[in-house]
Write a protein that binds this ligand. Structure first.
Ligand code: CA
Length: 232
């Protein structure tokens, strides 16, 4: 499957040129013309890369970047910022916020596709394309969001997936319900926290993990932990 790229830009001409250049290279392209639309499409469409203009109506590009990075589900999606020469300060902030690279307008189609290829290649390396996590009868390719039980794919909701990843990657430590809410659901401490939500999702996840569900252990009154194979 070719990589899917979300182009976030309100200037129609740029959208046209960029879309054409990317499609010619075989990429799938989606477009968002406002920051709000970008956030929706990132969360729903899970693109492989986001090309993000900084000057956008409603929510600006920096805020989009901050929210994409702040959400556990989308934090790994590479972002290339599209900036004007005059936006140097914003560019620096964007890179500090975790954007992977930037392109200064005007840029050529060749520059664009070279940068896109490089960032996608880096992302594949960082995500560990060949790195499959194993635990008993469970395997997971976190980068591709694939979880299998006895070689059969397990259908997890995005929240169940994040919950599993968070617990599995915490080295056997107990994570409190609050910590899980914050990491998986991205809840702010100021919001009313419903820890029961965590319990519900853990019990659903346990069922889906079948014989390996027993690895999700309840730490009474605190939270949960994931029992690693070396503890078996
Ligand atoms: Ca713009």
């Amino acid at each position: 499957m070719p990589a899917k790229i979300l182009v976030v830009e309100d200037e129609k001409n740029i959208v046209k040129v960029v879309t054409y250049a990317l499609q010619r290279e075989g990429y799938r392209v989606e477009v968002a013309v406002t920051g709000a639309e970008a956030l929706t499409k990132v969360r729903q469409g899970m693109p492989d890369l986001v090309l993000l203009d900084l000057m956008l109506p409603e929510i600006d590009g920096l805020e989009v970047c901050r929210q994409v990075r702040g959400d556990a589900r989308t934090s790994g999606i590479p972002i290339i910022m599209l900036t004007a020469k005059s936006e140097e300060a914003d560019r620096v902030i964007g890179l500090e916020m975790g954007a992977d690279d930037y392109l200064t307008k005007p840029f050529s189609a060749r520059e664009l596709t070279a940068r896109v290829k490089a960032v996608l290649r880096r992302a594949a390396g960082a995500g560990g394309a060949a790195e499959v996590w194993r635990c008993g009868a469970l395997t997971a390719d976190w980068g591709r969001r694939l979880v299998k039980l006895k070689e059969k794919p397990v259908k997890l909701t995005p929240k169940e997936f994040e919950l599993l990843r968070t617990l599995a990657q915490s080295g056997g430590r107990v994570l409190s319900r609050e910590a899980l809410l914050e990491r998986v659901w991205g809840y702010d401490r100021s919001l009313e926290i419903q820890t029961r939500t965590v319990d519900l999702h853990v019990s659903q996840l346990r069922q889906k993990l079948g014989s390996e569900g027993k690895r999700l252990v309840t730490a009474t009154g605190v939270g949960y932990r994931f029992v690693l194979p070396e503890e078996d």
